[in-house]
Ligand binder design. Structure first.
Ligand SMILES: [Fe+2]
Length: 122
């Protein structure tokens, strides 16, 4: 919303126990532009930040595991609307005792991730 940040703090998702087998996708719905958009390092540990804009209907994926990312205050007068989802790549997935801090559950099938497994996309 105007005057707010949509990401609470700058972070790497690895700091919150997320694993390298995850892909994170963002889908823009409204005003995912400029300073209201996601701000991320260009490369892990580069300390060079860019805004990733995502106009309506577009999707992007970025290295949420290893790149610092967050958001600045939305200085526009429009609310930014988006959703994001994560996929665990079956080829690289492994069960562990790692837990999601935000959802207070393990990153295992049937918990943080659905129990459906897609091993390949044709
Ligand atoms: Fe994150």
């Amino acid at each position: 919303m105007p005057g707010n940040k949509f990401v609470g703090e700058f972070h790497k998702d690895s700091s919150y126990n997320h694993q390298d087998y995850e892909l994170n996708f963002n889908v823009g719905l409204s005003n995912y532009l400029g300073q209201a958009s996601l701000k991320t390092e260009e490369r892990p540990n580069s300390n060079k930040f860019i805004y990733l804009e995502c106009p309506y209907g577009e999707t992007f994926c970025f290295d949420h595991i290893n790149c610092m990312h967050g958001s600045e205050e939305n200085l526009s007068d429009e609310t930014m609307v988006s959703f994001d989802f994560r996929l665990a790549l079956g080829k690289f997935y492994f069960e562990s005792n790692a837990e999601s801090i935000g959802m207070n559950t393990k990153f295992n099938k049937g918990y943080y991730f659905s129990s459906n497994i897609i091993n390949s996309i044709n």
